[in-house]
Design a protein around this ligand. Structure first.
Ligand code: ADQ
Length: 466
């Protein structure tokens, strides 16, 4: 059984609502369909008298049960503590943290409410898999209610350097809560190392070579499980949607030149202004490329009422307006910035037609768009993946063009390199990346987590501390 902030229905029509149809949703849906599991979390609805909906069967063969949030809890727990305190800190941007003790109180309270609603739905032999930073205290709350089932936790974001995490006033209480899980999963080896450092130096705990850890009087394990996609299924979807209306319009709009493509949630961690500035640099440095390419950035709205997100939207409008003002011709527009999500099937086709995907986050747990781009390519004539060294995916897809997104000159040079790369080199790089994806697909991700959780769970689970 899975618990996460948002629950996704089996067949979302659009990816407009990134909370319900982002990377986490796609991967978790795959795991639950295969195990006929139950998925519990927020319904996406606000209500003054939060109701429990379900459990209800989904076409994919799994059940969902959801609860509403009160507007006050949504403000304090979701917008407030999760997205304005935890999210920036986990992405190594503690200076963007807005902290306030009332929001932490709401965060703890929603974790308690979730667990209270979930408890009657649990069976003694259920494995419980908690997802992401919204629910760091959930394992502790479950144990406090006497639950002895195996509990696993997976963090979809990066884990920052130990002293950056310590910028959160409640960092100790959060980790003390988290280690009530039997197994804690991270996206990359560097996230795991950062967490181990925290356990050693901030929590005064111990870490052994085989992944066992001890802290706050609890014994637990932590390991690396890089999240992924189903590359074969995505490739098929991409092939089927390569001639969609959307693709045809996009091709017309780019003057049939080479398409450089960015696809992201509109988030300050995704490095969108930096990538536009690098593209501006490319336009300055390589005038000969000007009419032979176009950059399209598709950025779906996300957390759009929070001040940092309002600010980044304005900044992107300003930069894209300037670039188009400087370089547009009557019959050529260098950059198109589309501030909307698109359905997953359409997206697959668009990724296939792009000559280069520009995936350049400043920090990212994994970044599934990078993996989707690779899977979507035509093996005969694959495009080029440009990937930030700060995306978790760069630790696996090292045959991509790896860049430091803060270095605009280097990024511009690499864009040029990608656009002029020989077919032979494109194929070589793509084959290497595809081999990684085929070996580490989403099925391997969840199966290896579930297996490791079964191993880690102590049959006589420890009672809660404190
Ligand atoms: P996200 O930050 O949402 O996920 P990502 O991994 O790229 O980032 O997943 C986004 C998903 O939504 C992808 O499947 C993508 O195709 C889709 N998507 C994104 N922008 C879109 C758009 N404009 N239109 C349509 N679809 C769009 C979090 C973490 C990541 C981690 C995932 C999974 O921040 O680091 O990889 O969870 O663990």
């Amino acid at each position: 059984m899975v618990i996460s902030n948002r629950v996704a229905r089996a067949d979302p029509r659009t990816t407009e609502d990134a909370g319900a149809s982002g990377g986490l949703a796609v991967a978790v849906r795959e795991a639950l369909s295969e195990t006929a599991g139950l998925w519990f979390g927020w319904s996406g609805q606000l209500s003054e008298t939060p109701a429990l909906h379900g459990p209800e069967m989904q076409p994919g063969g799994y059940r969902i049960a959801t609860v509403d949030l009160t507007p006050a809890d949504h403000r304090g727990y979701y917008n407030g503590y999760a997205n304005e305190a935890l999210w920036p800190v986990l992405h190594s941007a503690p200076h963007l943290m807005h902290h306030d003790a009332d929001r932490y109180t709401a965060y703890r309270s929603v974790n308690r409410q979730f667990v209270d609603r979930l408890l009657p739905l649990l069976h003694p032999d259920d494995m419980i898999w908690i997802h992401d930073y919204h629910l760091l205290p959930a394992a502790e709350e479950l144990r406090r209610r006497g639950l002895r089932n195996p509990i696993g936790f997976f963090l979809h974001t990066p884990f920052p350097a130990a002293d950056a995490f310590a910028a959160l006033p409640e960092h100790r209480a959060l980790v003390e809560g988290l280690v009530h899980a039997d197994l804690i999963g991270f996206q990359t080896a560097s996230d795991l190392r950062a967490f181990q450092d925290y356990i050693r130096w901030e929590a005064g705990g111990s870490v052994s070579m085989d992944g066992r850890m001890e802290a706050f009087g609890r014994h637990f394990r932590a390991s690396v499980f890089p999240i992924s996609i189903d590359p074969a299924a995505f490739a098929l979807t991409a092939e089927r949607n390569a001639d969609s209306d959307y693709c045809l319009k996009l091709a017309r709009g780019t003057g049939r030149g080479a398409l450089l493509l960015g696809v992201d949630r509109l988030d300050y961690t995704k490095g969108l202004p930096h990538r536009m500035l690098a593209y501006e640099r490319l336009l300055e440095l390589q005038p000969d490329l000007r009419r032979r390419m176009a950059f399209v950035q598709i950025a779906s709205q996300s957390r759009s009422k929070l001040p940092e997100y309002v600010a980044i939207r304005r900044e992107l409008e300003e930069i894209s307006g300037r670039i188009n003002g400087r370089f547009s011709e009557p019959d050529w527009t260098p950059l198109r910035y589309i501030n909307r999500g698109i359905p997953r099937e359409t997206l697959a086709g668009v990724l296939r037609m792009a000559r280069m995907a520009v995936v350049t986050p400043l920090h990212d747990g994994m970044n599934l768009v990078a993996k989707e781009y690779v899977a979507a390519q035509n093996p005969e004539d694959p495009g080029v993946l440009m990937l930030s060294r700060f995306a978790g995916a760069a630790q696996e897809l090292d045959a991509a063009l790896i860049v430091n997104p803060l270095d605009h000159d280097e990024t511009a040079r690499r864009m040029h390199q990608g656009l002029t790369m020989s077919l032979e080199e494109r194929r070589e790089r793509w084959e290497a990346m595809m081999a990684v994806l085929s070996a580490n697909d989403v099925s391997r991700w969840w199966r290896s987590f579930v297996r490791a959780l079964a191993d880690a769970a102590n049959p006589t689970a420890q009672p809660p501390t404190g």
